[in-house]
Write a protein that binds this ligand. Structure first.
Ligand SMILES: CC(C)(COP(=O)(O)OP(=O)(O)OC[C@H]1O[C@@H](n2cnc3c(N)ncnc32)[C@H](O)[C@@H]1OP(=O)(O)O)[C@@H](O)C(=O)NCCC(=O)NCCS
Length: 175
């Protein structure tokens, strides 16, 4: 599986959603069935890294990420980050989904996808500011993946740990 040059918005006319398999059913079914619908419903936007070459005019998906909005409670942030923040919900960007195809894992593509997602958050932030980027880790391994790039634990939702990285920190990654 050879990745093409750049991420583009998921398009069911040119991307083979059914062939995507990252080893996680919930992420597979999201990209196969829900990502386009959620875009049309104005809920989220999914960007994919297609393969370099197509088969029957369809490009397989090497990796993808999905961005959305959410909000967090000020009190869940560490005290030093609460300063100057109002006492009502704080808007943040959400990396709602992120995955690399099983055939492409372990080759740096997850890292590339996360960096691209963070850069995309920063671009949106230039137009409409958000305080942080958050992500819900599916398990301890995924949590460790995000923590190595500076994400910190915010709180827990059921069996998922929510991680965050301040937008100020994200902006420093791209100076
Ligand atoms: C998590 C995932 C995106 C990582 O992608 P990947 O292409 O395998 O990861 P990379 O090759 O880019 O690895 C980058 C770094 O993260 C580390 N890493 C990768 N997966 C990890 C994991 N599960 N736990 C801890 N570290 C991990 C690698 O060792 C590597 O570290 P290094 O730079 O020091 O060598 C990928 O395994 C995946 O899609 N998993 C299934 C879907 C999923 O769980 N998504 C997360 C939803 S919250």
């Amino acid at each position: 599986m050879k990745p093409g040059g750049q991420f583009i918005e998921l398009d069911k006319a040119i991307h083979n959603r059914k062939s995507f398999d990252c080893g996680r059913d919930e992420l597979n079914s999201f990209v196969r069935q829900f990502a386009v619908r959620h875009r049309e419903a104005g809920i989220s936007k999914t960007m994919v890294l297609p393969t370099e070459n197509s088969e029957n005019d369809l490009f397989d998906i090497c990796a993808f990420y999905t961005l959305s909005h959410t909000e967090i409670k000020r009190e869940t942030l560490p005290t030093n980050l609460q300063k100057k923040l109002p006492r009502y919900p704080i808007p943040v960007m959400l990396i709602a989904q992120l995955a690399a195809h099983s055939q492409a894992q372990g080759q740096g593509l997850g890292k590339v996808t996360l960096i691209r997602a963070l850069r995309h958050c920063l671009e949106i932030n230039a137009h409409l500011p958000s305080n942080a980027v958050v992500v819900d880790a599916l398990d301890d391994g995924v949590q460790a993946f995000y923590e190595q790039y500076g994400f910190k634990v915010l709180d827990s939702h059921g069996n998922r740990v929510r991680l965050y990285i301040p937008m100020n920190t994200v902006s420093q990654l791209f100076v």
